[in-house]
Design a protein around this ligand. Sequence first.
Ligand code: HEM
Length: 495
Amino acid sequence: MKEVDFSDVQGMARFGFSHLAECHYLLLRVRNPDAAREWLAAAPVTTAAARKPPPANALQVAFTCAGLRALGVGEEVMAGFSAEFLAGMAGDASRSRRLGDLGENAPENWYWGAPGYRLDALVILMTSHEELAAWKRTVCSGRWEDGFEVLETLTTSDLDGREPFGFIDGISQPVIDWDRRRNVAKDQLDYSNVVSLGELLLGYPNEYGKYTDRPLIDPPAGGASVLHAAEEVPGKRDLGKNGTYLVFRTLEQDVTGFWSFLRHATGSPEAAIRLAEKMVGRTYDKGAPLAPESANAIEGVEAKAGGPENQFTYDADPRGTGCPIAAHIRRANPRNADLAGRPEGLLARVWNLLGGGPKGFQVDVIASTRFHRILRRGREYGQTVAPALAMTGQGVPEPRGLHFICLNANISRQFEFVQNAWIMSGKFSGLPDESDPLLGPVGNQFSMPRQSQCPVRITGLPRFVTVRGGAYLFLPGLRALRYIARAASTVSSQS
Ligand code: HEM
């Protein structure tokens, strides 16, 4: 099996670059396609090849479908991209409803990415505080000025690994099978934190053992010979190979509103922290999972990948008395909830498949998680407010939140499914009328099951997170970037 060519993959697919504390997102519109392509051809895009020491700065480039069109990528090629990418995040009312982008979250209210806002490209600059000005000068040179209009520069802040509510962020990530050893044909009933490479990058088999659709081009059309051959159709060139889709959402967090509501609802600062932990599903101080010790439920080296804080399932907590079923991390990745209390042994499994197994109300309500994993790469913005201060209703009233970014090969099956069927769903895992307690709509409720007692239910949660912008982008491989940079010659040779 061929090894992955890391020099053809943009670095953020493999690394979080957390050592680069400064990160700016430049939202761009193509002003002059020739100049933009010329800039792209020379852009020092950072690859996923391992470097020691790690790079002192990084550049990543992604495009919306409007951007690819503006750069001259032909319609016959565009047709190979996924329907979600082509429609865009704010593309239609049905998508907005499914994503929970209604009311104040509706795209019409976004300050970037609203309908009619033509975003073409996203340039991500990462570096140190000291190097920021110099790195920006280096990147934004050559034909940059002629090529692009900068619509917005979204800055980020380094909150020391915590998101603005104060919880440690970025703990749980899927482990990508870069070595391509995963055999998806074997029994996959046990939860594993490892997912096939094709769940992240286009051009490789995914968790179904299949290749996700992407544009395949007949060579030598439009300079396609620069691209890798498609693995499953060697006669065609693969524009998607080593690329991925980048989902970007600016999520503003009302930190004062969050902590003062919890303080009011519980009566004491300590109880407010405990309630917040239940809502997230991890402890405030250390980010430890609330699910009771169930590390032994995960067997095998593969399943243990991802660090000790991820070596747990919800096996030992089927009712959610430790980590509530509605908690953010349980909704965002229900782990093994598909088969709570998994039967052991072949006969027991067959019996269970035939409907004879144990039945909890969670069983079979949730699809297997391995088809719905996302790699999170977002960064925070705005300054932190300590919970104790926020509980008093004080704190500098500036916008703060998360520039949420996730990478996935299939936006609909991965990001949209997680957002719609798990995070926003009012019927998730048999729960009555509840959404994610952090991200849900106004009037949301949140219940916390207890041992041998009725659940405690918090009602009337206000909105703590508001969507302020968003887009679906394509983060191409390096060869694909070269192809896009040459699209000009394609256009002129075809016309
Ligand atoms: C402002 C909004 C958000 C906040 C404050 C937030 C906060 C957190 C925190 C504190 C964690 C636990 C630590 C960790 O594992 O990283 C977490 C985990 C996670 N979040 Fe979010 N999150 C937000 C939005 C989202 C969205 C929109 C999604 C997906 C659509 C998402 C998906 C996830 C996933 C997949 C995990 C890991 C769950 C696991 O594997 O255990 N989050 N988030």
